[in-house]
Design a protein. Structure first.
Lengths: 257, 272
């Protein structure tokens, strides 16, 4: 049975499926938070969600607008100070996966959330690094989710806020005590993974109805496709139902306050 | 021992032009009332420190109080940019400000080091990031025991920290509850500190491990009811997410911002 769904829903469901039950996940706000909570409410009830505001093992009823909404604290196992969060829980090695969004990403998975243009004369000033630079290196691995466009998928980011694999793909080689780095990138068009040798992003799975041309048109470099290119499984009726209910609850809450 | 002052008098006494000022609050307990008092008193050339500068720093920057900002994430959470910050950085209005930017992990460690009286903080951070290229306060050192290359940043030692909390008792002992951020570290790292509270109570009535800052470690307490609004105070009132969304349109436009500032800060009286 074919269920109707949007490209954004396809992205969220696919990102959610990347999380396994029982993983500890350091969650970025926005799309990662939506996907991580969908995972918790469907196939991964015991996924441990941690937000940088200090909320440990949180189970929010609605999606937070900010990283420090009261909902995160009230539904958490415990809330620790921000230095404890970054030092003991992240740097201490307790995080399996960091789940990040970004403004710009390049072919080696480097992330830019600092600015567009030149650092000392920026065209657009973005919010900055936040927790990402250390999440990306201290978590066991990193998932990234964002919408696919030429504005976001660029050959080389203007500024490496957060390390993927560096300007040459070798940025993690020989660095001790850091995680694997990005292992998958999930967009509204496809799923990508770094090539095991070169670390350049390769499309491994196309979402239903998306063509290679669609991905090429939305990517700022000549992106490669895996030989065994797969088709991403469609969202199930249950996943869509849970996601839509979650978003509806969230909208009601944020509009009513 | 903390002195109980009006917010006006506390700011007048401890916040000087040109000072390094920290108003913390990790998307909770943001000291809006204190920030507005700083604007009303026309403080100038401040160096502001905060991990997550949001609306109150946008207001301080737009009001012309700020010449330098030390931060790790500057945005309107869940909404978008801080348009007054961007206008200052991109177009120099009302004045150009200098940015010194870090990551959250580095700033959290730097606050903790400040509270601990150390000159620097050490972390496994900034690996492969361009931030050390644009911030000369980020260095790398070799661990003397293992040889591992680690990042080092100077500790944060503000002239004065301003934070908001739920309540204080009559001796000025303060209880901070919920998302406690780096409030305690910000107070202990600073030379002087002002804590605004929702109310003064006879007894804090706390559990043994609650986050309490002793009155003798604080310079001044000032009562500021709803002093974190439109941010929130856990157990008192919720975050006004609608205002955070509405701020986007207000802050985009210089005239709309100036009118808002006149109506809601300059001519709003404050609590003296």
């Amino acid at each position: 049975m074919r269920t109707d769904y949007t490209a954004a829903e396809m992205m969220t469901v696919t990102a959610a499926r990347a999380l396994e039950n029982g993983m500890t996940c350091f969650v970025g706000i926005g799309l990662p938070s939506e996907a991580a909570n969908l995972a918790r409410l469907t196939h991964a009830p015991d996924v441990v969600l941690i937000y940088e505001s200090g909320t440990l093992q949180t189970k929010p009823e609605v999606l937070p607008l900010s990283i420090g909404d009261g909902e995160l604290c009230e539904s958490a196992l415990t809330t620790v100070s921000v230095p404890e969060m970054f030092r003991y829980w992240l740097q201490g090695g307790h995080i399996d996966v960091g789940f990040l969004g970004t403004a710009q990403i390049d072919r080696y998975c480097n992330l830019n959330t600092t600015l567009i243009g030149d650092y000392h004369d920026p065209k657009v000033r973005l919010p900055g690094g936040g927790g990402a630079p250390e999440i990306a290196t201290n978590a066991g691995e990193v998932f990234i989710t964002l919408k696919h466009s030429r504005r976001t998928f660029v050959r080389d980011v203007d500024f490496v806020t957060t390390l993927g694999f560096g300007r040459d793909g070798k940025g993690r080689e020989g660095v001790p005590n850091i995680g694997k780095g990005p292992t998958r990138v999930i967009t509204d068009l496809c799923v990508m993974q770094p090539d095991p040798e070169t670390r350049e992003l390769v499309v491994v799975s196309l979402h239903p109805g998306v063509t290679r041309e669609d991905v090429c048109d939305a990517t700022g470099w000549e992106i490669r496709f895996a030989e065994a290119l797969e088709s991403t499984p469609e969202p199930s009726a249950r996943e869509l139902e849970v996601l839509r209910e979650l978003k509806e609850r969230t909208n009601r809450k944020h509009a009513g306050e | 021992m903390a002195e109980l002052l009006s917010l006006h008098d506390a700011v007048a006494r401890y916040v000087e032009d040109g000072a390094t000022v920290c108003m913390e609050g990790f998307t909770h307990l943001i000291p809006f009332a204190a920030g507005h008092e700083v604007i009303r008193q026309g403080k100038r050339e401040l160096t502001l420190i905060r991990m997550t500068p949001d609306l109150v720093y946008d207001q301080l920057i737009g009001a012309g109080c700020v010449s330098k900002l030390i931060f790790s994430w500057g945005g309107n959470p869940g909404v978008g940019s801080l348009h007054r910050l961007r206008d200052a950085v991109e177009k120099g209005w009302p004045q150009r400000i200098e940015l010194l930017e870090h990551s959250h992990a580095a700033m959290a460690c730097a606050f903790e080091a400040g509270a601990a009286g150390l000159p620097l903080a050490v972390l496994r951070g900034y690996v492969g990031s361009d931030l050390p290229k644009v911030n000369d306060q980020i260095k790398f050192i070799d661990c003397p025991f293992t040889g591992e290359r680690l990042a080092a940043v100077p500790s944060i030692r503000p002239d004065v920290s301003l934070v908001h909390a739920q309540k204080a008792d009559r001796k000025g002992n303060v209880l901070v509850e919920g998302i406690v951020g780096v409030q305690k570290e910000a107070v202990l790292a600073a030379r002087h500190s002002i804590v605004t509270v929702e109310e003064i109570v006879d007894d804090l009535d706390v559990e043994p491990n609650a986050c309490v800052i002793p009155g003798w470690a604080i310079s001044a307490i000032a009562v500021a009811e709803k002093g974190a609004y439109p941010s929130y105070a856990h157990g008192y009132y919720d975050r006004d997410n609608r205002f955070y969304k509405a701020w986007d349109a207000i802050a985009r436009d210089r005239d709309a911002f100036t009118a808002w500032l006149d109506d809601n800060v300059h001519n709003a009286g404050g609590q003296s």
